[in-house]
Ligand binder design. Structure first.
Ligand SMILES: Cc1cc2nc3c(=O)[nH]c(=O)nc-3n(C[C@H](O)[C@H](O)[C@H](O)COP(=O)(O)OP(=O)(O)OC[C@H]3O[C@@H](n4cnc5c(N)ncnc54)[C@H](O)[C@@H]3O)c2cc1C
Ligand code: SF4
Ligand code: SF4
Length: 380
């Protein structure tokens, strides 16, 4: 992988409006900051190669390199990535009563991982009024305070970089697919630092189809509801076409037609719906709002799930075949749309001198994904 510096990051990501504000470049140096969802560079830096560029999930991401590093095999573009099993899951009796987004599987796994000292600290996302706030959490009982989805692009990885700076060596990260992709690039030691130690002990990925720009959502919600009263938000799966804002006393419904214009451009070229580079990935289950879909990908993930289940932190069940099919179609559809958009914008496998790609994927895999009938692929 060829790594560039911050001036190329500005050119390729910021100037092309492809920054998703993941925080991957924040807290590495004094220059990059995120304010209310927007990442900016405060002062110029002249380094030819920088971690900011190397970790960014929106420039020169080579999926073959990530796949070889993590799974020991080339990237094949399968809709849900590499996995061992897919289960329905929810938090168990030891985790009763949290204000979880769905089944509370994420909070249960992270609480259990902290309690059993599998990790020393967790990188989570809290909220200050409406603005998502990255957080380092060391106490198991504090995990539930970050429960609930903030459907905005969040600079969560600023907390990962902060945790590394503070010397934590066994960090658990909860993030969206772009955040997981950025952290995975960091784990691959792209600058070949000699004394590199992978600080991530556990990666819990969320599903994500798209997020909303914080700077756009705040004024829109302020028109509809007092933002200080917002307790949570939800986006029920299709065919529902609403975002629900829970104020404690009532639910305010906002049509997705008003939300969609606030989706960052970066989401349109994002090929990953299920956080394919995580140990476990968690999403909702269509039609069962208090359960999660749980994709177990690695031995470490399987061991955590089994131990959390035994200890009463997690309950699992078989995932209905129909739900599996829908999940696969949704993930395959997102991949196909993303590659098609990236190709059209000249951001896929760019070859021209002096031009960089957002994504690099082997051409035969690109062709396969673009040609496939997603329903058909998910039937076989
Ligand atoms: C932007 C976004 C889009 C999503 N889109 C989908 C989707 O299309 N389909 C689907 O099935 N699921 C989607 N999800 C995931 C879903 O909303 C739940 O997060 C997931 O099912 C876990 O539920 P839970 O009850 O286990 O979570 P909880 O136990 O309530 O824990 C939620 C965790 O999410 C983390 N978190 C919250 N907001 C953010 C954020 N903005 N960035 C990073 N981490 C965050 C918190 O740290 C917390 O630990 C999305 C989540 C986000 C944040
Ligand atoms: S690392 Fe994240 S926050 Fe930084 S430029 Fe890239 S997308 Fe934006
Ligand atoms: S769609 Fe992709 S780029 Fe956009 S927030 Fe979700 S994971 Fe990040």
């Amino acid at each position: 992988m060829h790594v560039f510096g911050s001036s190329e990051l500005l050119e390729d990501v910021h100037q092309k409006d492809l920054c998703i504000g993941c925080g991957g470049c924040v807290n590495l140096c004094p220059y990059f900051k995120n304010h209310r969802g927007k990442t900016t560079m405060l002062f110029p830096c002249t380094l030819a190669e920088g971690r900011c560029n190397a970790y960014c999930p929106k420039v020169e991401v080579n999926l073959d390199e990530l796949s070889l590093s993590l799974w020991n095999k080339p990237y094949d573009g399968s809709p849900l990535g590499v996995y061992k099993e897919i289960l329905a899951a929810r938090s168990g009796k030891k985790m009763a009563g949290g204000a979880y987004q769905a089944g509370g599987t994420v909070s249960a796994l992270i609480t259990f991982a902290l309690k059993t000292k599998r990790i020393d600290v967790a990188v989570l996302t809290d909220r200050k009024e409406l603005v998502p706030v990255p957080k380092l959490v060391t106490q198991p009982e504090d995990v539930v305070k970050c429960a609930g989805s903030k459907f905005m692009a969040s600079p969560t990885l600023a907390a990962l970089n902060q945790g590394v700076k503070e010397g934590y060596g066994r960090i658990g990260v909860v993030g969206t697919p772009c955040q997981v992709m950025s952290a995975t690039q960091m784990r691959c030691n792209p600058l070949n630092t000699e004394d590199f130690h992978d600080p991530v002990e556990l990666m819990v990925g969320l599903f994500c189809t798209w997020a909303v720009d914080t700077r756009g959502l705040i004024p829109l919600l302020s028109e509809c509801v007092d933002s200080a009263c917002i307790m949570g938000m939800d986006m029920p799966p299709p065919p529902s076409e609403i975002m629900i804002i829970n104020t404690g006393e009532s639910n305010v419904e906002i049509p997705l037609d008003r939300i969609r214009p606030l989706i960052p451009k970066a989401c349109s070229i994002c090929p990953d719906m299920t956080s394919e580079w995580a140990d476990v990935s968690v999403g909702v289950v269509e039609g069962k709002s208090d359960w999660n879909t749980l994709i177990v990908r690695t031995d470490k993930g399987a061991d955590l799930v089994n131990a959390a289940r035994k200890a009463g932190y997690l309950v699992t069940d078989k995932m209905p075949e129909e739900n599996l099919q829908h999940l696969c179609v949704a993930a395959a559809g997102k991949k196909k749309r993303a590659l098609s958009a990236a190709k059209e914008k000249g951001l896929l496998n760019t070859q021209q001198e002096g031009q960089r790609a957002a994504l690099r994927i082997r051409e035969d895999v690109v062709e396969k994904i673009l040609a496939e009938d997603v329903e058909e692929v998910c039937r076989t």
